[in-house]
Design a binder for this molecule. Structure first.
Ligand code: BMA
Length: 306
């Protein structure tokens, strides 16, 4: 099986920095936004303490990056004490929003009871200074949340992942996300070879004339992480129009097969720039890679591949 997403290089595009205290161990799972001719990357970084912080880098071509010396988001409260993880960034009505996962000790409960993983939301006017808005859901482990890049009707819409399935949440003000409005999107397919255990959204869905193009990840019983695509209805994104049964991307290079966590490709960014979809992803929770495909090829695949 050949993937329609092609790696731009056999090498990663960003590596840990051995001279840095906060990003010398691992850099992975970046969110990326294209704004005024530049790619802006927000990446998860770990130093010797293995606490995740969010670093920033900027690029003209998506391949060569200049990074800022200091992280742009660091843990700020006890529920973030173990790290801020997996940023996904969108622009809505002139404001930048970052969804990220707060990881910390749950208050007064055993870790396995849940509540140590909080889906958080922050906003920025300038891409560097981030102000927390708050959690979108509390009291349960939930992650892989990302905003759609525009309101649908009167609502801001988020994908999120109460294990093991993807759900939709709706809010009028980005602060209140009523449980009764949440809708199930789709879950793992128990009889399918690669997405039979757990699924979660990748980057913000891409708006196309045929529907919202959703990239998602899934893992199987061997914990191999792969990507799939689906097409959602533009006005009612809880309606899945197509969901091909095969994955579109999977670990293949040495740095995806071996690293901090083996057999992982994990993406928080699939952005459209001049008819090309750029998929930025973490390889084995250790380095960052880039694969691309034309929007047309991906749409043909999602619409015509059973
Ligand atoms: C998920 C997330 C990702 C990570 C992946 C593979 O649960 O924590 O950040 O890349 O596991 O380890």
């Amino acid at each position: 099986m050949e993937s329609i997403l092609k790696r731009v290089s056999e090498s990663p595009i960003l590596l840990p920095d051995p001279l840095s205290d906060w990003e010398c161990a691992h850099v992975f799972n970046p969110g990326v936004i294209y704004h005024r001719g530049l790619f802006h990357m927000f990446y998860r970084a770990q130093g010797m303490d293995l606490v995740s912080r969010i670093g920033y880098a900027v690029s003209e071509d998506g391949i060569h990056w200049n990074r800022l010396r200091s992280p742009v988001l660091v843990p700020a409260s006890s529920n973030e004490a173990w790290g801020v993880e997996d940023p996904r960034v969108v622009e809505i009505e002139g404001v930048f929003y970052m969804t990220y996962t707060a990881f910390g000790p749950p208050k007064g409960r055993a870790i396995l009871a849940g509540g140590s993983i909080t889906p958080m939301l922050a906003q920025s006017e300038n891409l560097i200074t981030w102000k927390r808005i708050g959690p979108i859901i509390q009291g349960e482990d939930n992650k892989d949340h990302v905003l759609f890049p525009r309101r649908i009707g009167q609502y801001y819409v988020a994908l999120h992942r109460p294990r093991p399935a993807i759900w939709l949440a709706f809010s009028r003000d980005l602060r209140n996300w009523p449980r009764e409005k949440m809708r199930f999107l789709f879950g793992p397919r128990e009889d399918n070879w690669w997405d039979n255990v757990c699924v979660g959204a990748n980057g913000a869905p891409v708006e196309t004339e045929h529907g919202w193009l959703l990239f998602y990840h899934a893992y199987d019983k061997e914990r191999v992480y792969r990507f799939g695509v689906a097409l959602l209805d533009l006005e009612d994104p809880s309606r899945v129009i197509f969901r091909p049964k095969d994955p579109i991307f999977w670990p293949e290079t040495i740095w995806e097969l071996y690293g901090n966590v083996p057999n992982v490709v994990f993406s928080c960014a699939n952005i459209l720039v001049n008819d090309t979809v750029y998929v930025f992803y973490g390889g084995a929770d250790h380095v960052i890679g880039l694969a691309t495909a034309s929007l047309k090829d991906i749409l043909d695949y999602v619409r015509y591949h059973e």
